[in-house]
Design a protein around this ligand. Structure first.
Ligand SMILES: [Zn+2]
Length: 429
């Protein structure tokens, strides 16, 4: 698909910003931002975002030291409007000796930038900022508005992050772009799983170690439960159910993993409490938080019947659940994105039809505005998410910047452009 003269001028400006895009990516990844510990990076980000001459750049937070960074681009008519966002909290680095380049090195090796959070999920942040910079520097004014949101807390469920800013009405836009999916850019997402987070509290009877035969060890009771849950885990993880997003059929994939186990004891006592926590990803239109809990409860009830001493309670964690997302395949957002990708990369991305497995914080937008289209898309060409040596590629960063810029122009419309495009060196006002 041929580029207009205006688009060529924006693309050229992005190519000229290559080193700055890479430098911002490096700086971001060099600041740790584990979920719950986002303060330092949030404060860095708000200062960086302010350099891009956006309006209303500010920190918005539900509780102290959990910043979300927001900003606006106001177009000529304000219509249509688009929220672009990414989350910048990360999971922990794990055993740092297993990282070849260090989780906060931001090391560049060939085409790759390494570091915790670079792929999940900071890589879209420099592209989104440099996309709007190139548009402005090219002398272009858009019709529509853009809300920029760089949010915390996604890894825990987004309750302090995306859920909060959406509930506050700060993303009340016609469309949402989750600048995500650091894959090869061949597909775009319009659906994702919901998430249930269950805690089972297994009860024992404490006793002095010297009289441990008279106690009931909650850790051992918990182990019996875990072995039984393993059967359910296999069954759930093999579950594939189709659901509809508009007229597209998507293959949903359920997920079940026992991710936290903790038995309480001072070390010289028999533990009387063991908690087992399950991260469960729920297929839209088939599974609910309640149905996920019912399956676990059935296992607990089975054990109670078999063993009169077995005692446990199942609860779902209201701080960690996530809504599912389901959008439509033929929205103006999807169409504009397809055109933009075709111009930059020479192919048209298709709708991802599964199997899906993940969930993310765009579920909060989808819950509040079920009829407003969203799409998730990015071209990080990265990998090793949530494990060692997480990376993205530099060419993926640059391509993402170009796609986001063309998408903004296509979807929101160009209200004004410079009269003489030959002077591409004309800078921002
Ligand atoms: Zn993640």
């Amino acid at each position: 698909m041929p580029l207009s003269v205006l688009e060529q001028s924006v693309i050229k400006l992005i190519d000229q910003s290559r080193d700055e895009i890479v430098a911002l990516m490096q700086k971001l990844v060099q600041i740790p931002s584990y979920s719950g510990e986002e303060k330092e990076k949030g404060e860095f980000l708000v200062k960086e975002a302010a350099k891009f001459n956006l309006d209303d750049v500010r920190i918005v937070q539900q509780i102290v030291d959990r910043p979300n960074v927001m900003g606006h681009y106001y177009g000529k008519t304000g219509k249509p409007s688009l929220t672009v966002y990414a989350h910048y909290d990360t999971v922990p680095a794990g055993d740092i000796t297993k990282w070849t380049y260090g989780p906060f090195s931001g090391a560049i090796v060939g085409n790759r930038i390494y570091g915790r959070g670079v792929n999940d999920h900071e890589f879209p942040i420099p592209p989104l900022l440099f996309a709007i910079k190139a548009i402005k520097d090219a002398g272009v004014t858009l019709n529509g508005d853009i809300v920029f949101a760089f949010v915390c807390d996604e890894e825990f469920g987004g309750h302090r992050g995306m859920k909060y800013v959406v509930d506050e009405g700060l993303c009340d836009t016609d469309y949402l772009l989750y600048a995500g999916g650091g894959g090869d850019g061949k597909t775009m997402g319009i659906a994702s799983n919901g998430r249930g987070y269950y805690r089972i509290t297994v009860k024992g009877r404490t006793q002095h170690t010297g009289r441990n035969d008279q106690g009931l060890n909650a850790a051992v009771q918990g182990a019996k439960l875990i072995l039984r849950l393993e059967k359910l885990r296999h069954e759930v993880n093999n579950r594939r159910l189709k659901f509809k997003a508009g007229d597209v059929e998507i293959e949903g994939r359920a997920r079940f993993s026992i991710n936290l186990v903790h038995a309480f004891t001072t070390g010289n006592n028999v533990p009387d409490i063991c908690t087992v926590q399950i991260d469960r990803r729920l297929i839209p239109q088939h599974e609910t938080f309640e149905s996920g809990q019912t399956e676990i409860q059935a296992i607990v009830d089975e054990l109670k019947t078999e063993d009169p001493e077995f005692d446990a309670e199942v609860a779902w964690n209201p701080e960690r659940w996530m809504n599912f997302s389901v959008s439509v395949p033929d929205s103006p957002l999807v169409k504009a994105l397809q055109r933009s990708v075709a111009k930059v990369l020479g192919f048209t991305p298709t709708i991802a039809t599964g199997p899906t497995g993940g969930s993310s914080d765009h579920g909060w937008f989808n819950l509040k505005y079920p009829d407003r289209p969203f799409v998730s898309y990015g071209i990080g060409r990265g990998g090793n998410t949530h494990t060692y040596n997480e990376y993205v590629t530099i060419d993926g960063l640059i391509d993402s910047t170009k796609v986001y810029a063309l998408l903004m122009m296509d979807l929101l419309g160009v209200a004004q452009q410079p009269g003489r495009l030959s002077t591409t060196s004309s800078s921002s006002k």
